[in-house]
Design a protein around this ligand. Structure first.
Ligand code: CAA
Length: 388
């Protein structure tokens, strides 16, 4: 494939190859076992931290690798091609946690709260959703009340990726309920303080080695120095950070699609039926053609969104549209490709002996978290129509 719309530097090639080698050597042999058990893969995640993969865009002075957004998506794509569960741990750490603090944090906050997470010594998470507010994020109920130099947090947040293992979590709560979304504030929560508890782990269909749970706050006291941005800035911070997060999930979806595609090619070239390779049947060949075309279209959208985010670092311009289009298309492509891969593999696609059924289970979440496909369509349509 020519890469006319984007060009990769030797640095990009290097991080892609490094992530690919690591994923194939260290993650591929354990992915099925951790998917089955639902255990968190501490060892491999720790190694990813040591390699700089947990804070790719974070400057080296705060413990990161100091690389650009395209480097981040190239590395994430390679990890997800082998295991989407490792991928979401990496994506949340890099975009939902590190990016928000890098973009909105004060100098002291960057030093204190980025360094351990970007270097992989601890794990970061992001918590917006509540049991009664998912897509309608502004309808949250959890509240933080100012008390002298502290805030006191109360409430229940749900579906928090990495919550069972996280040391630090960026949490959004109402500080002024009258003002609705303009009364939301962001906090950097430290998980080792009293009043914070983790709920039971969600038993999930896919990305099973990643850990997800509720978190509960009961008179949890936090210094005002842990507030991210000003009071009332929280909703905009949450949305800006999700724009970055959505590029990560789009890269995850791209990686899953490629894995499903490559397995399908190999199987269609080998497997015989009715006296010929099944790839010689038009019914299989057309599936391969559609998979390939959609994957390459996803890639262009994902890399384009990464480049838009990179530009935003100097221009300050939003990359909401690019991120939503990339996530929408790459997520639906991953579901399409995983579905086709199961069908091409027939019974073997349905068996746990091959990773195809795992790709199928993992692909589905990319259409749901960090904004469902319906929410991405809403964001894109509002952007284009200028209407609400
Ligand atoms: N960047 C900056 N500001 C933004 C923004 C963005 N991308 N999107 C909206 N805003 C601003 C608007 O300009 C507006 O500002 P004003 O108050 O100044 O007018 C304000 O935010 C409110 O915007 P809307 O009126 O558009 O808000 P809304 O209530 O209609 O909701 C929405 C918009 C797009 C539907 C939003 O609620 C949304 O994205 N919902 C999905 C939430 C989501 O993705 N949740 C996933 C959580 S993370 C997760 O999945 C778990 C995990 O751990 C991985």
């Amino acid at each position: 494939m020519s890469n006319a719309l984007y060009s990769l530097t030797p640095e990009h090639e290097m991080i892609r190859n490094t992530a690919r080698d690591f994923a194939q050597k260290e993650i591929a042999p354990i992915a099925a076992e951790f998917d089955e058990s639902g255990e968190f893969p501490y060892e491999t995640v720790k190694k990813m931290g040591e390699m700089g993969l947990m804070g790719i865009e974070v400057p080296e002075e705060y413990g990161g690798a100091g690389m650009d957004t395209l480097s981040y998506v190239l590395a994430l794509e390679e990890i997800c091609k082998v295991d989407a569960a490792h991928g979401v741990i990496m994506s949340v750490n890099n975009s939902l946690y590190c990016y928000g603090i890098l973009r909105f944090g004060a100098e002291e906050q960057k030093k204190k709260f980025l360094t351990p997470i970007a270097s992989g010594k601890s794990i970061g998470a992001y918590s917006l959703t509540e049991p009664m507010s998912g897509s309608d994020a502004g309808a949250m109920r959890s509240q933080a009340r100012r008390d002298g130099d502290d805030y006191i947090l109360n409430g229940r947040k749900s579906w928090v990726t990495s919550a069972p293992v996280a040391g630090y979590i960026v949490v959004f709560m109402l500080t002024d309920p009258e003002k609705k979304h303009r009364g939301i504030t962001a906090f950097i929560v430290e998980a080792d303080r009293p009043g914070f508890t983790r709920g039971k782990k969600e038993p999930k269909l896919g990305i099973r080695a990643s850990a997800t749970s509720e978190i509960l706050f009961e008179d949890y006291r936090l210094p005002a120095a842990n507030r991210l941005g000003e009071e009332g800035d929280g909703f905009k911070i949450a949305m800006t950070v999700l724009d970055a997060g959505r590029i990560g999930i789009a890269s995850q979806a791209l990686g899953i699609s490629e894995a499903a595609y490559e397995a399908s090619i190999a199987y269609a070239q080998e497997r015989e039926a009715f006296g010929q390779k099944i790839g010689q049947f038009q019914g299989i060949g057309f599936k391969i053609a559609d998979m390939k075309t959609r994957i390459e279209a996803s890639r262009l959208l994902v890399y384009n969104a990464a480049m838009a985010k990179e530009r935003s670092k100097t221009t300050g311009e939003r990359f909401t549209l690019e991120a939503s289009m990339a996530k929408l298309f790459a997520a639906e492509t991953s579901m399409f490709c995983a579905h086709a891969a199961v069908q091409i593999h027939g019974g073997m696609g349905y068996s746990k002996e091959l990773p195809i059924e795992r790709y199928f289970r993992d692909a589905k979440i990319t259409e749901i978290y960090e904004g469902t496909s319906e929410i991405q369509r809403l964001v894109i349509a509002r952007n284009e129509l200028g209407l609400k």
